[in-house]
Every structure is written in C-alpha cells, then in structure tokens.
Design a protein around this ligand. Structure first.
Ligand code: FES
Length: 175
C-alpha cells in the first residue's frame, strides 16, 4: 500500500518536473526563435506600400505636399503618426517623392514655388526642385521614397525611411 503511494508520489513529482522543465525550455526558446525569425518579420514589416492618393492630386510640373500615416504607428502616436512628404510630378508617369526632413539634421523643409527651391528653416539648407543640394550645410540632396503607380494612385514604400543607411543597404558600393 505504502509502495503504491510512493510510486504515485514519484510519478507525480516526475510529471511536475517534466512540466516545469518544459515551461523553462519554452521561456528560453521563445526569445531565441523570435531573434532567428526577426529578419523575416522585419523584411515583411518594412515593405509597406502606402497610397498618397489619386494621380490627379499631383499636376504635372508641380510639387505638392502629401501626407500618409506612418505604417509603424502606435495608439499613443495620435496626430504625430501623420507624415508629410513632397511629391514632384516630373511627367505623366515620372515622380519624385521627397522626405520632408532636411538631409542635414532633419528639420522639415519647405517648397517655395516662386523660387523653385526647397529651403530649410534651421540652418539655411537649400535644395533645387529635383532635390539636389543647392547650398548650405546639407552634404547631399533630399532623401527620396521609392514609388510606383497602381490603379491610378501614387504609392510609396513608407516602411523604409529614405536615409543614407537605407541607400547603403540597397547599394553597398556607396560605402
Ligand atoms: S537641418 Fe536643414 S540645414 Fe540644418
């Protein structure tokens, strides 16, 4: 009778031990699996094409301000999730979509159609209409989003910040 009880207690402890080990193994494995899968998840998350609206909003030869919602927004972001960008329609199907941020230290640049220049209010950076650097502290032209036209709408890859790091990732030869 007592041996039966002992066997029962032993098997109960064994089962408890196995279950505890299983929980600990899962707790250790989950972050490791998450880390191993992160490149796949990141790639999917960064590839976020977002519409800026109908092509009719962007007359040929003009540069207009457009807004989109940051694909990585969180509930607490509120209005700040709205991200502006400058859209230049070069011809019927050729566009340039510029990040609003100056290539120097990131201040929002403004478009002045009278002078056909983008100007940065912070340190006087100036860019030509095609986004190339004209003068001031920025060392390069404005950053641009990848775009495509789908069903009469302009889409940009808003998941990827058009920064130097992203340009280098696409073209490692940039150093
Ligand atoms: S942030 Fe634009 S010139 Fe410095």
């Amino acid at each position: 009778m007592s041996e039966e009880k002992g066997v029962t207690r032993r098997s109960l402890l064994l089962t408890f031990g196995i279950a505890l080990n299983g929980i600990i193994a899962a707790a250790i494995a989950m972050p490791v699996i998450g880390y191993l899968l992160s490149p796949i998840k990141k790639k999917a998350a960064y590839n976020q094409w977002i519409t800026l609206g109908s092509l009719n909003q962007f007359p040929e030869g003009e540069t207009r301000l457009a807004n989109f919602v940051n694909p990585f927004k969180r509930p607490q972001d509120g209005e700040t999730a709205k991200t502006p960008c400058w859209v230049r329609r070069v011809s019927a199907d050729k566009f340039q979509v510029f990040a609003i941020n100056c290539a120097h230290l990131g201040c929002p640049v403004r478009w002045f159609p009278q002078s056909a220049l983008f100007m940065c209010p912070c340190h006087g950076g100036v860019y030509y209409a095609d986004g190339e650097r004209a003068s001031g502290p920025p060392e390069r032209g404005m950053f641009q989003y990848d775009y495509k036209v789908v069903g009469g709408e302009l889409h940009i890859n808003a998941g990827l910040m058009p920064t130097l790091a992203e340009l280098k990732r696409k073209s490692p030869c940039l150093g």
